[in-house]
Design a protein around this ligand. Sequence first.
Ligand code: PEP
Length: 263
Amino acid sequence: MNLSNKKPFIAGNWKLNKKIPDAVFLATQIKKAVRKERDAEIVIMPPFTALSDVKKVLSHTSILLGAQDTFWEESGAYTGEISPSMIKDTGCDFVIVGHSERRRYFGDTDEKVNKKIKAALSAGLFPIMCIGETLEERENNETMSKVKKQLREGLKGIDKDLFSKVILAYEPIWAIGTGRTASPEQAEDVHGFIREQLTKMVGKDTSSCVIMLYGGSVKPKNTFSLIKEKNINGALVGGASLEASSFVEIINEAKKAYKEKQK
Ligand code: PEP
């Protein structure tokens, strides 16, 4: 599969929500609204337990499937863990790595994130790597240094040719699940900085192809102004992806924003 940032990329992270019947219901509702979407890439990310059933709902649609985390080992004595190829086996193409909730509650360090990204790429998954600062770090003017560190350490040792397969999600921690969104200017400032850092790491040709998402209380009403920004290629949506109506509205707003910026 070839990804491109010529159209908006909208991913719904369902987090720890939806048992199998509810997940199938939500996926069916989304499918009714966006069966074959050409002008946006749409990914839904249910919990592990619902992946296989949701995959069946998505057959014959353009909606893609992702998981919310992975372990880095392929197999072995690691009770409770799930490997990238097991995720691939359920029909997923994407996996979130380094979400701030994993970093905060489950000890995901930059080093572990790096191992997960490498393992995901080896299994043929597209990792969605999350980075972002806390409120305290923003107030102390540490946003860029934090993001730079997460970026450099998370992507350490990854072949230049694989960079365009990594999707980046800038998610200021203070905006996740809080109803507080970064302003389009604040988000673009960081996205522009990330693009510059990527250019330093792998050159302009590669960095300009990387898909960069904003995440943090994305709702239908703020999607257009965020995605209209030059370096914002889409959104990683938590809460608002749990209702088909708001998720579909976000997709439509993102398409409008892309049309506007391509004018
Ligand atoms: C997220 O889950 O990555 C997220 C950004 O959540 P929310 O949209 O609810 O802030």
